[in-house]
Write a protein that binds this ligand. Structure first.
Ligand code: FAD
Ligand code: NAP
Length: 582
């Protein structure tokens, strides 16, 4: 089968089968996990709701979708051959190319034969009598597995606001995260886009090129730094490929898992001229690394305000109409919500057919047959694009019935916010592993690196359990509580915890406000995971006792180790490092 062809899922339900592991999701997380399981001789079945591999890059096919971590780094690092043979055509590759890459990896490592596509896992229930997970899907599959591994993604449950009248709207409504596979032609149409996060900011300029008119409904303006995207520089590609492992090691040593220059000095200690020059230089470099201009930007409000003001000036320089520019200027902490990386975003508002509507004070009231109503005014459109984001971090967990010991569901356990040990596991759910679960760096790091590190840790652990002959692993309550306390403690020292972002669940009404990812930095986190392993799985129990507690013999995880000369888990140390976490 050609790599881009979607496999048909005309198959009988799979019942009564038993696997070492069931993996849920075939994005970059599920794909690498499957590869690791195979390498260690474990039997595995992967279920994927979509019709192909790639996860995020399978679903988010909206115009302008591309990565915001440079392509030479936003890729797997586990295979030097893969690194060498793949060629990225742009500095930040577009979605189709990233999806091609995912398909190439699936072909190269022959992954598809163990994946069932078009298959959504509905429930995973731990059966205490057989010490195995019972997993059921929407296709009638009912299998058991020793391990249940979620690779369901942090940004995979689309948030569709419950606007009154949404069913009455006469035209199509597209969510950026569930984009039609054959594309959308906006030519000659009046388009309304709701949402101005990264997805809105990437798609709006491209939609504007086609549409007859474009109305953007903005609730909160966002900061965006130009990508300065360009064709891949062959010299740069050659240099990286000459020693790719060194580039990967450098990246791993960075708080973000991404290699880029950053400066630890304080913005407040620099003179106005020095600050200006520094900001301009980092602006010209572009993208997320702008946050590395000074070390205190995410820790000191006054320092942050200097960057915020610089960014606002950039917006005013570009946007001709001062009233529109004002509306586009955020007044919140710079980089508090995920910083956006744009190509021609602000310029779009100088075009006469593009209108910006502020819905911060007058929320969208409802949709009519013909358009969107806010402030008592109906804005007529033919098509609505929802760039309204995701129920982040836990949204895809919430859609499943996951039940652990004593009939406790994960939804119930996480009612007041997710609780995990290292973002990898959670008390009461034996042999349940989460790739980039809440409480791990995940979305605050280069995610593919986060994914690989998690899968490596899990496979080492599973191989260890096989070696020592234990059946179950689960964390202990005291250690889980201590980890969550630490996650909260480090979040509190970052300005990131202060605004209403999806990091804290504030984009979805009714969700508890909890800072979900671990913001202490990738190397600090990795070393903690390795230390837990070295100390014989400290914080975990095997078969409800500690006799299996010894370091593992197989050590895929070692490739992540970084020398750190600090008391690694102290929040003060984290603050002192002045981490420019993305
Ligand atoms: P996903 O790619 O989300 O895959 C999860 C898969 O699980 C999905 O295919 C889903 O269908 C499947 N699934 C979920 N629930 C079930 C179920 N119950 N049954 C069966 N299947 C299920 N990160 C970066 O580091 N850099 C970037 O530049 C970047 N850009 C991004 C751009 C966009 C538009 C978005 C939305 C996210 C971006 N991210 C980026 C984050 C991105 O999600 C990760 O980088 C990465 O692709 C996540 O891989 P994953 O396998 O963990 O999850
Ligand atoms: P998002 O950042 O959550 O943005 C959603 C937007 O929709 C926000 O502007 C939000 O306003 C608005 N919105 C939501 N509900 C609304 C309502 N009822 N009425 C009006 N406006 C509403 O989602 P996203 O843009 O999809 O991005 C999510 C994350 O995915 C990013 O932060 C990033 O991590 C990743 N991503 C990355 C890239 C990339 O550049 N590589 C691209 C896309 C996505 P409020 O801010 O007021 O809530």
């Amino acid at each position: 089968m050609s790599s881009m062809q979607e496999p048909s899922e005309d198959r009988e339900p799979e019942t009564g089968k038993s696997y070492d592991a069931v993996v849920i999701g075939a994005g970059f997380g599920g794909m690498y996990m499957l590869h690791c399981l195979r390498q260690q001789g474990f039997s595995a079945r992967v279920y994927e709701a979509g019709g192909g591999v790639g996860g995020t890059w399978y679903w988010n096919r909206y115009p302008g979708a591309r990565c915001d971590v440079e392509s030479m780094q936003y890729s797997y690092s586990f295979s030097e051959e893969l690194d060498q043979e793949w060629h990225w055509t742009e500095k930040y590759s577009p979605q189709p190319e990233i999806l091609n890459y995912a398909n190439h990896v699936a072909d190269r490592f022959d992954l598809r034969r163990d994946i069932h596509f078009h298959t959504r896992v509905n429930s995973a229930v731990f059966d205490e009598t057989i010490k195995r997970w019972r997993i059921e899907t929407d296709r009638g599959d009912a299998v058991t597995a020793q391990f249940c591994i979620t690779a369901v993604g942090c940004l995979s449950a689309a948030n569709t606001p419950d606007f009154d009248g949404i069913e009455d709207f006469n035209g199509p409504i597209y969510h950026t995260g569930e984009w039609p596979h054959d594309g959308v032609d906006f030519t000659g149409l009046r388009v309304g886009v709701i949402g101005t996060g990264s997805s809105g900011i990437q798609s709006i300029p491209i939609i504007a090129e086609q549409a007859k008119s474009l109305t953007v409904f903005q609730r909160t303006p966002n900061y965006a730094v130009p990508a300065w995207n360009e064709a891949m520089n062959p010299d740069y590609e050659r240099t990286v490929k000459a020693d790719y492992p060194a580039m990967r090691a450098n990246a791993r040593a960075r708080p973000t898992g991404i290699f880029f220059p950053f400066n630890l000095e304080s913005a407040l200690e620099a003179t106005q001229e020095e600050r200006e020059a520094q900001y301009e230089a980092f602006w010209q470099r572009g993208g997320l690394p702008f946050l590395g201009a000074f070390g205190d930007l995410l820790f000191e409000k006054d320092a942050n305000e200097t960057a915020a003001e610089f960014a606002r000036r950039k917006i005013r320089d570009v946007v001709d109409d001062p009233e529109v520019a004002d509306l586009l200027c955020p007044d919140n902490v710079f980089g508090c919500k995920r910083l956006c990386v744009d190509t021609g975003y602000y310029q779009v508002y100088n075009q006469p057919h593009v209108k910006l509507i502020d819905v911060s004070k007058d929320p969208i009231e409802h949709l009519t047959r013909n358009g969107v109503v806010t402030g008592g005014i109906e804005y007529e459109v033919d098509v609505v694009v929802l760039a309204t984001g995701f129920a982040a971090m836990t949204g895809s967990f919430d859609k499943m019935n996951i039940v652990g010991r004593n009939d406790i569901s994960l939804k119930k356990k996480w009612e007041a916010g997710p609780r995990t040990y290292l973002g990898l596991s959670t008390v009461g759910f034996p042999n349940f592993f989460m790739i980039t679960g809440p409480g791990s760096p995940s979305v605050l790091a280069n995610m593919i690196q986060s994914i690989e590190q998690h899968a490596d840790w899990m496979i080492d652990c599973m191989a260890h359990m096989r070696d020592v002959g234990v059946e179950t692993i689960e964390p202990q309550l005291g250690d889980e509580d201590a980890w969550i306390e630490h996650v909260n403690e480090v979040a509190a020292i970052s300005l990131r915890s202060t605004c209403s972002s999806w990091y804290v669940g504030a984009n979805i009404s009714g969700r508890p406000r909890v800072f979900m990812p671990y913001i202490g930095g990738f190397p600090i986190y990795v070393n903690k995971c390795n230390k837990v392993m070295d100390n014989g799985y400290e914080g975990f129990v095997f078969d409800r006792h500690t006799e299996g507690n010894a370091p593992p013999k197989i050590r895929n995880t070692d490739r992540w180790h970084v020398e750190l000369d600090m008391d690694v888990l102290s929040p003060a140390a984290v603050a002192a490092m002045r981490i420019p976490i993305i």
